[in-house]
Ligand binder design. Structure first.
Ligand code: ADP
Length: 151
């Protein structure tokens, strides 16, 4: 059976930290599906969704094992739809752990075939968060060092 992993998140924006998790995920899984959670009733993104999808697709255009999808449903249901048996998540610190622990327990309850696999951040990306990048960008700061594409 092929090992297919969903990598769910907001990716607002997709950072070099996310790219590192995808790259390392590809050493474990046959396919990684970057799944951008988007609630259509809430236009609450900072970076435009279509822009972000385009940037990520462009990054992986030569890799048939990476796919990008937008979703507005339970991650556990999306996994069934794509025959994904793994969720891929990154862990930076204990705050991430607390949050991920509860989500992971719930996802397992909702879909018991779904196993969450956590990769600890690479040290050079440990301080990168989408939140801080949004804040810096909002006030005109330069964020290009943290993103794997031009914005
Ligand atoms: P969410 O909005 O669900 O927190 P994000 O888009 O911020 O999702 O992140 C998706 C996943 O990537 C999460 O598992 C998060 O912990 C992980 N992640 C984010 N930034 C990094 C990083 N710098 N290094 C490793 N993992 C990261």
């Amino acid at each position: 059976m092929k090992k297919i992993a969903l990598f769910p998140g907001s990716f607002d924006p997709f950072t070099k930290g996310h790219q590192d998790i995808v790259q390392r995920g590809l050493n474990i899984f046959d396919k990684v599906i970057i799944s951008i959670g988007h609630n259509t009733s809430k236009k609450n993104r900072y970076f435009d969704l279509d822009l972000m999808v385009g940037k990520i697709e462009d990054l992986y255009k030569d890799n048939p094992n990476v796919k990008v999808v937008i979703y507005n449903e339970l991650t556990s249901s999306l996994a069934k739809k794509h025959q994904a048996n793994f969720l891929l998540r990154g862990l930076r610190n204990t705050t991430d752990f607390e949050y991920e622990n509860t989500i992971s327990q719930m996802n397992r309850y909702l879909n018991e075939e779904l196993e969450t696999v956590f990769l600890i951040t690479s040290p050079q990306f440990a301080a990168i968060s989408s939140t801080i990048i949004r804040e810096v960008h909002r006030y005109g700061g330069d964020v290009k060092e943290f993103l794997p594409y031009e914005i």
